[in-house]
Design a protein around this ligand. Structure first.
Ligand SMILES: [Zn+2]
Ligand SMILES: [Zn+2]
Length: 396
């Protein structure tokens, strides 16, 4: 029995695009995805699934196959960004300063389409599929929150797969990458304390701004001198605030930024070393400084065999030419890695680039657009990956 998932997705293409446009018009910020989750839940219930809310603004639903077997997790993130949409699309955002500029509306719509196809072919499933609609990806806490809520248990998820829209890849193509694919992130805040004095008498005070400048240089020197140049650490100080007047030595400076690393050992080393550098520099200059480092997204580490499986599914579904082997990981972050730590799988990239449709702008741009032809392809690919994974597991 040959199941044509691409045809099944094309049959419901209009519906998938309609869903995506609805979501695009009604975007909601991280942790506030209330209408979005109501919308997803009622659609899944309409398919006959027992879709449940989880952790306030997440949705999870299980599709049980005809035969017992492993459980595959498919995840879509559902949150939008605080950006004022600048496109003139007829379905542009109706919520001022909120926009689906990262394609999460597409991820969600494609997974809803996949749900419909999976329900249609349920009798051929040799295992289960857990649909995970996750809030709060952009702020980096959603995946861990869903996991804490038990999304990976009952039944236990054995493998997880997910995708992201990618405006660098042409529509119709799919990018895969085994191993390290996205960086881990550790946001931080630094507080430098000095002592105010008259700007003309600096020796009577401790200048927190000069200390902050040395700290910034010290951090960059750590990256260039204490990290193997063939390894990757990136530390960016993105904000700096301090001082009260041009003729006053600043008493306090606050800075915030993010540490990004690909290698877990380097992540540990960086998190351990920065407090010493920062504290040491401030002390040497007579002041004090502390850093508060938050543990945020784990990096995305794609399982080699399961990434190959996705590659084979792409070839089967879309042809050899559609598959792109991506060479370089990104120092960007994506909280999908938290699922992979529990249930290895793969996170792949869906091409959406098409200059003819204006789909050329980067993620998080107020002009961001997608070629919606990618949506049914992702729905079909989700289903193909599920069937290929379950068939392979059965054969083992
Ligand atoms: Zn994003
Ligand atoms: Zn995103």
């Amino acid at each position: 029995m040959h199941l044509d998932f691409l045809q099944a997705a094309k049959d419901i293409q209009d519906e998938i695009i309609e869903i995506r446009r609805h979501l695009h018009q009604h975007p909601e910020l991280s942790k506030k995805e209330y209408e979005t989750t109501d919308y997803i839940q009622s659609y899944l219930i309409g398919l006959g699934l027992d879709a449940k809310k989880i952790q306030d603004t997440g949705v999870v639903a299980l599709i049980e196959g005809q035969e017992p077997g492993p459980t595959v997790g498919l995840r879509a993130d559902i949150d939008a960004l605080s950006i004022m949409e600048a496109t003139d699309l007829p379905f542009r955002s109706q919520n001022p300063n909120v926009m689906h500029a990262c394609g999460h509306d597409c991820h969600t719509a494609a997974l809803m389409g996949a749900a419909k196809i999976l329900v249609k072919y349920r009798q051929y499933l040799q295992g289960n599929v857990k649909l995970i609609f996750q809030p709060d990806e952009e702020q980096g806490g959603g995946a861990k929150h869903m996991i804490a809520g038990g999304v990976m248990e009952n039944p236990k998820v054995d493998a997880t797969f997910g995708a992201h829209m990618n405006p660098l890849l042409p529509v119709g193509s799919v990018g895969i990458m085994p191993g390290k694919a996205y960086a881990a992130s550790n946001p931080f805040e630094i507080t430098v304390k000095g002592k105010s004095s008259h700007g003309a008498k600096p020796h009577l005070g401790i200048d927190a701004i000069v200390i902050a400048a040395q700290i910034i240089n010290g951090i960059q020197a750590y990256v260039s001198r204490q990290v193997d140049p063939l390894d990757n650490a990136l530390v960016t100080v993105g904000t700096i605030q301090g001082g009260t007047g041009r003729n006053i030595l600043a008493q306090e400076v606050k800075m915030a930024g993010i540490i990004r690393t690909l290698d877990p050992a380097l992540r540990k080393k960086t998190v351990e070393t920065l407090p010493e550098i920062i504290g040491g520099i401030a002390k040497a200059m007579g002041g004090e400084a502390s850093i508060n480092i938050i543990v945020s997204s784990s990096g995305v580490f794609n399982d080699a065999a399961r990434t190959e499986l996705v590659g084979n599914s792409v070839k089967k579904l879309l042809g050899e030419k559609s598959l792109i082997h991506m060479d370089n990981p990104t120092m960007g972050t994506e909280d999908f890695g938290s699922y992979l730590e529990l249930a290895p799988g793969s996170f792949f990239q869906m091409g959406i680039r098409n200059p003819e449709k204006g789909a050329v702008h980067p993620l998080h741009s107020d002009q961001f657009m997608v070629d919606e032809d990618a949506l049914p392809l992702l729905s079909a690919l989700h289903v193909q990956v599920v069937f290929d994974y379950l068939a392979e597991a059965k054969g083992k």
